[in-house]
Ligand binder design. Structure first.
Ligand code: SF4
Length: 250
């Protein structure tokens, strides 16, 4: 099944299983090879993008647009391959950005020093702006994690008030949230079945771990959980694994 628009042809479970099988095939095609990262995440981002529009057909229009970073103070979680892709991107663009006076990795270190180890609610209270915003724009937009893609609002005034701590609830897009969860969980379950690290990690801390270990990508491809120190544990791994086992495609 072409998973870039699979949500149109079945329910969430059918979509999840089709995605899982597509990720299984990609993982089998590139065992232990650096090409896996691009292939896996290209598939994840295309599947998200292709299906979110279908899933949100009956929702009000989004208030989000490229260049709006109002909600970019929240804690971001990601999977290991997403973090490794951003690490690759940062290594490639850092020299050019430094020449323009932008030190993204320095900003990342400073942000992480103030937030490492804080839970989701503490991070909301901190109101720390994401270190990847430069001149009001997300510099890593092309490779941003699924968590950022799946966080979309229908009301920018509500986002502004929430960012100031003046309100708790924002009308977020349920369709974006659902498609992000289905794509991410299908990828995580396929990674687990392939013997690769599959848990969620706190983005900033994990990214520094990846940047500080030149062999992180090769070690992850060989089965090591190289970002384990940044793991988030809100949902215990054994509970997630039990759900993945129940939903695995036959
Ligand atoms: S990575 Fe980009 S989209 Fe995600 S929180 Fe940071 S600035 Fe916002």
């Amino acid at each position: 099944m072409d998973t870039s628009t699979a949500a149109a042809s079945g329910g969430p479970q059918d979509f999840y299983r089709a995605l899982h099988q597509a990720f299984d095939a990609t993982l089998a095609r590139h065992p232990g090879r650096p090409a896996l990262l691009d292939a896996l995440l290209g598939q994840a981002f295309d599947s998200f993008q292709g299906n979110v529009a279908i899933q949100c057909e009956d929702e009000p229009p989004l208030a989000c647009h490229r260049g709006c970073a109002t909600c970019c103070t929240l804690r971001v979680t990601a999977t290991t391959p997403e973090v490794l892709l951003v690490a690759r991107f940062l290594r490639a663009v850092q020299p050019a950005l430094r020449a323009r006076g932008i030190d993204l990795i320095g900003q990342l270190r400073a942000a992480n020093a103030g937030s490492q180890g804080l839970g989701e609610q503490e991070r909301v209270g901190l109101r720390q702006v994401c270190p990847f915003i430069a001149q009001g724009v997300c510099v890593i937009y092309a490779v941003r994690p699924l968590a950022c893609r799946g966080h979309a609002s229908h009301d920018v005034k509500a986002c502004v008030a929430a960012a100031r701590g003046e309100r708790d609830e924002v009308p977020y897009s349920a369709g974006h949230h659902l498609v992000r969860a289905l794509v991410q969980n299908a990828m995580q379950s396929a990674l687990r079945d392939a013997g690769l690290a599959w848990g969620s990690v706190e983005f900033n801390q994990a990214l520094l771990l990846a940047l500080d270990q030149p062999e992180a990508e090769a070690r992850w491809l060989s089965g090591e959980d190289v970002l384990a120190a940044a793991a988030v544990h809100e949902v215990p791994a054994d509970e997630m694994a039990a759900v993945f086992d129940r939903l695995r495609p036959h």
